[in-house]
Write a protein that binds this ligand. Structure first.
Ligand SMILES: [Zn+2]
Ligand SMILES: [Zn+2]
Length: 172
């Protein structure tokens, strides 16, 4: 869904939209389980366009240790500021200023709200998530979920250095 900047003015334009999960590609970082609701407002002052709003959805991520799904709702409030690229001559200057202010430079006369939602969700997702604080993860040998099964891999495993020593002892 793209917004034509020419249609915007100083007085905020309210919107309530929703996206199907498949409309927002978040690179498999999480699984969106519901429609993605995006309520907010758009306004424009000179060359700056302001997008404020809230994004909500049910979502799941895989536990970093055991890979089991963990509920992780999307609930974001944010403001994005887009600056239109002005005359080519001072473009570098504008680009620099924009970076410092954490604003995004717009190359076209449109804003793609699906892209805004995609970026906000990706920014909001944690690097790591755990199903519980003391998740025991997967066994590196048999791949079993150690929260669910008590595999005996660790007990059976003998450190190769000890094994070598044992052999020496057997020789004597
Ligand atoms: Zn886990
Ligand atoms: Zn195991």
């Amino acid at each position: 869904m793209t917004i034509d900047l020419a249609s915007l003015g100083v007085s905020p334009k309210q919107f309530e939209i929703s996206f199907a999960p498949e409309e927002i590609d978040i690179d498999g970082e999480a699984t969106i389980k519901s429609e993605i609701a995006f309520n907010g407002q758009l306004s424009r002052i000179d060359e700056r366009t302001f997008v404020r709003g809230a994004i909500k959805a049910d979502a799941e991520m895989d536990c970093t240790r055991c890979l089991e799904p963990v509920e992780r709702p999307v609930d974001i409030t944010f403001e994005d500021v887009f600056v239109e690229a002005v005359a080519e001559s001072d473009k570098d200057e504008v680009e620099l200023a924009v970076e410092q202010l954490d604003e995004a430079l717009l190359e076209s006369e449109e804003i793609d709200l699906a892209e805004v939602v995609r970026e906000q969700i990706l920014l909001d997702l944690p690097e790591q998530i755990f199903c519980k604080e003391d998740c025991r993860g997967l066994c590196p040998q048999c791949g079993g979920n150690r929260n669910l099964i008590d595999c005996s891999c660790e007990r059976d495993q003998v450190d190769p250095r000890w094994a070598a020593l044992k052999e020496l002892q057997n020789l004597n």
